[in-house]
Design a protein. Sequence first.
Length: 458
Amino acid sequence: MKIIILGAGQVGGTLAEHLANEQNDIIVVDTDADKLRALTDHLDIGTVVGGASHPNTLYQAGAEDADMLVAVTNSDEINMMACQVAHTLFKTPTKICRVRSPNYLTHQEQLFSRDHIPVDVIIGPEQLVTKNIQRLIENPGALQVLDFAKGRVQLVAVKAYHGGPIVGHELKEIRRHMPKVDTRVAAIFRQDRAIIPEGDTVVEIDDDVFFIAAKENIKAVMSELRKVDKPYKRVMIAGGGNIGATLAQNLESKYQVKLIEKSYALCRTLSERLKHCIVLHGSGSEPQLLASENIEATDVFCALTNSDEANIMMSMLAKRMGAKKVITLITNAAYAELVGDEIDIAISPQQITIGSLLTHVRKGDISNVHSLRRGAAEAIEVTAHGDTRSSKVVGRRLEDITLPKGVTIGAIVREEKVLIAHGHVVVETDDHVIIFLLDRKQIGAVEKLFAVGFGFFS
């Protein structure tokens, strides 16, 4: 597939790396020649220096025969204009556009259509990050919560703590503890080493355990792996930008929410917009402010400013002053590797955005892609098509399907029914199959496994 990526920033660069490794023809466009040179030093891709929305630049990039255009520059307006130019002049089949401003996203349905601004897929990073953080707050104790099949099934990561009923025991004992709850452990990460779990695998303290279950069973399974965390009540948010303000708005009816913002003008705007949230003028790095607002009684402190350094420092301060849990927005991958135990959960906007982009770029009928472990692993939702003659999976029991190394099937969603992956389960056409890849380089093999042969006609 020939794909033009507009923007060589962190999202564009990471996307280029993913797609180049999957045997695609990639061309990256940016005005910064140094950024492009840094990408070509380690990736086999083409580059063009120029304005992303300029017709001549797109022509140089090969837009005439491109299959897809992905506009992820830092400017919403340039991204939208590039999609318009690609549609009008080059008839580019698929156009994906990153739009960050809520002012555009509020009118998404009216603005983005073939008759107006011709964009096929809108990616709103702030919306994706906000939903991600909200799911973590709704599931106390989780390190990551991922939705599949429209939320009917979830993949959840938790750290196994001393005192959990299953810690120190084999995984097969979960079924004895909870005979009426079906779940499957998809993977275990132990000191950054990936383990494909078997029934006799023993869960150890501090393991990161990824398990999959129907949404209504998530809390019951979590209680097997760690002490049950009490539901959160008090949330403090530092940063009143798009993510912080939207998160506060989404949470204020169910939680006691306080939002700290440095800009007095923005504080006034937010105080009018938010009905129940308390808006405070100041900085999350001021010990006196945190102390006066009872940081020691705060269940979750969310550092969501646009500065990684500020987010890390105020998170460490809040944790030392008594906040029970801190969630920190970190865009620089190098920083995410350095943070210690004082930061409970580091949120990467790039990895969340990349997952959403890959959903629309991958071959086959893939409806969800989630990056895990800072991009090292992946969880995907793929729909099975075909019949026993044309498909390598349809009509076969899971135990009879030869999966690539490091790949496990966690669950199948069949209409409204959630089937946890056991050997006797048979895959049927139109099943949504949730797959866990410890090595994302195996995505090509998974795509081939689910590809429909010539014997099937839809």
